[in-house]
Design a protein around this ligand. Structure first.
Ligand SMILES: Nc1ncnc2c1ncn2[C@@H]1O[C@H](COP(=O)(O)OP(=O)(O)OP(=O)(O)O)[C@@H](O)[C@H]1O
Length: 323
């Protein structure tokens, strides 16, 4: 098996009396997207700052390896293999997009012609060629964010840290950014992403860790996390009152909504569970007019794990999927 891109054991960080990270373990396989999710002030940026060598972990922390290198022993090697796009843009608004890119190429000691080639290629890839000659201060929020990531890619990093990459972007720019992140991973890059947006983690991440009170409250794929909490159900709706009454008689455990002619049954939404319900209706010779499955979404998981009700979410408010 290949080394994970990131492996941290017992990561700790305190500022004075304030414990920000209370011993967290993280493993991020190469070529995957890992999302660290948490409410404001949970310590997400602190994790990124430590893993990208900007901030030292507490000495009591366990081993931390990034890109196969020990963070404490060989921070230079770690830095050489990573790219970081922080919450605060590295873009200089006074110079053009192209000049920003060439500046990065200089910082990475690329020869002039190579620097120009890489800059042109990345500007093209991020749809910034037409704007390349304009001062970056004239760019929209989404364009600045794209330029920021393009600048991060000049050094060809294998691991990229994106700290809240879509905060403040409109939905279209957010979707463009998601597409960019997916493409990065297709090219073999590992992405470590922090976000406050549950839908973003749901859309992008292979694995998600929920950070709360300095600890990882839960870790897994979006589907695994959703299975941690109850709340799934199936809802059957009828237009014919007779069919509704027959169904209620056939499915006695269902909660009734006589006004809406709807029945609701607890269910994990699995194919097997749905088949059982449909078989029982078939046996009774009844057909529902509408069958909807409600599975818990990451909002439910987040609130159950963190007790937080203030986190902004982009999740679909209806939560229901019609099948
Ligand atoms: N240099 C520092 N000195 C003292 N406290 C700090 C320092 N840096 C961070 N903290 C504290 O650590 C906690 C975690 O901060 P951090 O920025 O990592 O959270 P976050 O999850 O990224 O939050 P947000 O979503 O708001 O960016 C906060 O309470 C913050 O005040």
């Amino acid at each position: 098996m290949t080394d994970p891109a990131i492996a941290a054991n017992g990561l700790r960080k305190s500022y004075g009396d304030k414990v920000v990270l209370d011993g967290i373990d993280l493993v991020v396989p190469q070529g995957t997207i890992f999302s660290l999710l948490g409410p404001n002030g949970a310590g997400k940026t602190t994790v990124v700052n430590i893993l990208s060598t900007l901030v030292s972990p507490d000495p009591a922390s366990g081993a931390i390896r990034v890109g196969g290198h020990d963070l404490g022993a060989d921070p230079q090697a770690v830095r050489a293999g990573i790219g970081v796009t922080g919450q605060f843009s590295a873009v200089d608004g006074l110079i053009t997009g192209e000049e920003n890119m060439l500046l990065m190429a200089d910082l990475h000691h690329l020869p002039k012609t190579e620097g120009r080639r890489v800059a042109a290629e990345l500007l093209e890839r991020f749809d910034l060629t037409a704007a390349a000659g304009k001062p970056a201060s004239t760019y929209s929020g989404g364009m600045k964010r794209r330029l920021d990531i393009a600048m991060t890619l000049v050094g060809n990093p294998r691991i990229i840290f994106l700290d809240e990459p879509t905060t403040g972007l409109d939905p279209r720019s957010r979707h463009t950014m998601w597409q960019i992140i997916r493409e990065l991973v297709t090219s073999g890059v590992t992405v470590f992403l922090t976000t406050q947006y549950l839908e973003e983690a749901d859309q992008l991440a292979d694995r998600i860790a929920v950070l709360n009170n300095g600890r990882i409250a839960a870790q897994g794929s979006a589907e695994e996390l959703k299975r941690l909490i109850p709340g799934g159900h199936v809802r059957l709706r009828f237009t014919d009152p007779d069919a509704y009454r027959s169904a209620a008689a056939a499915l006695r455990e269902a909660a009734r909504d006589d006004e809406a002619l709807a029945l609701q049954l607890p269910s994990d939404g699995s194919q097997r569970a749905l088949r059982t319900i449909v078989d029982r209706l078939d046996t009774a010779g009844i057909e529902a007019d509408e069958l909807t499955v409600h599975t818990p979404d990451l909002d439910d998981v987040f609130f159950a794990l963190t007790g937080d009700t203030t986190v902004p979410s982009q999740a679909d408010p209806t939560k229901e999927t019609v099948r």
